[in-house]
Design a protein around this ligand. Structure first.
Ligand SMILES: NC(=O)c1ccc[n+]([C@@H]2O[C@H](COP(=O)([O-])OP(=O)(O)OC[C@H]3O[C@@H](n4cnc5c(N)ncnc54)[C@H](O)[C@@H]3O)[C@@H](O)[C@H]2O)c1
Length: 443
């Protein structure tokens, strides 16, 4: 899109014109930050006949007025989307929640290409939750970001009210309530893992500082870019004003893969598998926990009697899933990663089903399992749906699990030493050992 196009006023439907052109113009900041204010065109204006829109005094919240003059949903509604988009003529006009701002870094990348459309569709935060998307990219990807923004525009998502694109995290993260940090440098051929930790660590140190400076003080941060546990640690260390508890590293894809493998082995559909914990690092030292997982509410070991497979084959099948997928598909897992990001967020904004839990990489301080403090480690958590979580305390850890969890813990402690210069812990010393534990295809 030519830059001049961005500032060209959009055409609007007659219905929207009558609502004072509220928030409908596209704006362009001539810094490295481009801003698209999406045209919130009602998809089915014909189906909302006899409803007009007037604008409230703060120029934010028009109220839906019916033909008979009665005002609907006056308090909650925002923007022209006070009007329902449901085709059913008999449906009541819906009210909308207050818009939330979500930052997505690496927004022109493969994972984001799936994720953004799920966010905008309402599949993550719900069908009554308008959102603003703040898209952060690298300098090289700014054109691609414009392309992403155009695709979002053309999708006519009623819930999507704003899209900002930019390359400066201090601008893009302004007031955001969620930050989904996906963008990272891929590992080049022959690149040592220590080098990757340093290169990507610097990105997350800068983004942590930016979140600290300009984001909502209670922003929830989900780090996806690898190595995600240590990147999340770096990020939270650089954001001292944001509660450390608000930072997550994505291990939900591993959880989902583990559930799938157990379901396949047990011959049940995967919704029957619950209480699946991934312990530790998002690497091949991760520990998918079959001891505490359940199938149809029963311990996995009772349902799957092939314990040799559980101990040897299961973990490997989870770890190698990504590599296998690359062999077949020729690219890494972007769609299922995006789905797992959706799952991870939904687990925080909806109450966890009774007796179940989910896995996420979180800050270890105060953990009840004896895992070293000051790491980001995947553990079992529950949420009451308010965006926060509690660690599940009564999980059994036997010798088998303890040994493997200790290995993942040692790996994360070693990674932490490699990035000491980025966490404020002094001079970095990097000795990751001879074994490369990155997940295949996920660097
Ligand atoms: N935790 C997990 O379960 C999991 C799973 C899959 C992939 N990943 C990781 O997610 C990351 C992204 O994967 P992808 O497939 O989308 O990669 P991709 O290469 O398609 O996209 C990455 C995007 O990030 C951008 N970028 C690079 N540096 C940036 C910066 N400083 N700020 C903002 N954007 C920046 C790039 O320009 C690119 O557009 C990778 O690090 C990958 O290893 C994690």
């Amino acid at each position: 899109m030519a830059m001049s196009d961005l500032s060209t006023p959009k055409t609007t439907s007659p219905l929207l014109r009558s609502s004072s052109q509220l928030r409908l113009s596209s704006k362009l900041h001539l810094s490295n930050q481009f801003r698209h204010l999406l045209l919130p065109t009602p998809l089915h204006t014909s189906s909302i006949s006899k409803i007009s829109c007037s604008v409230s005094q703060n120029n934010q919240a028009p109220v839906a007025v019916q033909d008979n003059g009665s005002v609907k949903t006056k308090k909650e509604c925002y923007g022209v989307f006070c009007l329902t988009y449901d085709l059913k003529a008999e449906e009541e006009t819906k009210s909308w929640k207050k818009m939330i701002s979500i930052a997505v870094s690496g927004a022109a990348g493969m994972i984001s290409n799936h994720l953004l459309f799920k966010l905008a569709s309402g599949a993550v935060f719900g069908p009554d939750q308008p959102i603003a998307l703040k898209l952060l990219g690298s300098e090289r990807s700014i054109q691609a970001l414009e392309g992403v923004a155009m695709e979002l525009e053309d999708s006519l998502f009623p819930l999507l009210r704003e899209v900002d694109i930019g390359t400066d995290p201090y601008e893009v993260f302004q007031d955001v309530e969620w930050a989904l940090l996906i963008g990272a440098k891929p590992r080049g051929p022959g690149m040592e893992r220590a080098a990757l930790l340093d290169i990507n660590g610097q990105i997350f140190a800068e983004q942590g500082k930016a979140l600290n400076a300009v984001a909502s003080p209670n922003v929830k941060v989900l780090v996806v870019g690898n190595p995600c546990n240590t990147n999340a640690l770096i990020c939270l260390k650089n954001a001292p004003n944001i509660p450390a508890k608000n930072f997550h590293a994505l291990t939900r894809l591993d959880e989902n893969r583990a559930k799938c493998q157990l379901a396949l082995k047990a011959g049940v559909f995967y919704d029957k598998v619950s209480n699946m914990t991934i312990w530790g690092n998002h690497s091949t030292t991760q520990v998918p926990d079959f001891l505490n997982a359940r199938i149809n509410g029963r311990p996995v070991k009772e349902v799957i009697t092939d314990h040799k497979w559980l101990e040897e084959g299961f973990t490997e099948s989870v770890q190698k899933r990504g590599g296998l997928l690359i062999q077949k598909w020729g690219r890494s897992s972007a769609a299922s990663t995006a789905v797992s990001i959706v799952d991870a967020i939904k687990s925080l904004v909806t109450p966890t089903p009774e007796g179940d839990w989910f896995s996420t990489g979180v800050y270890t301080n105060g953990n009840p399992y004896g895992i070293a403090e000051d790491l980001v480690f995947s553990m079992p958590c529950r949420s009451n749906g308010d965006g926060d979580y509690e660690l599940v305390k009564d999980v059994e850890i036997d010798d088998y699990l303890r040994k493997r969890i200790a290995k993942s813990e040692a790996e994360l402690l070693a990674e932490k030493k490699c990035v000491a210069h980025l966490t404020g812990d002094g001079i970095a010393f990097c000795d990751l050992g001879p074994v490369d534990t990155m997940l295949p295809g996920e660097v």
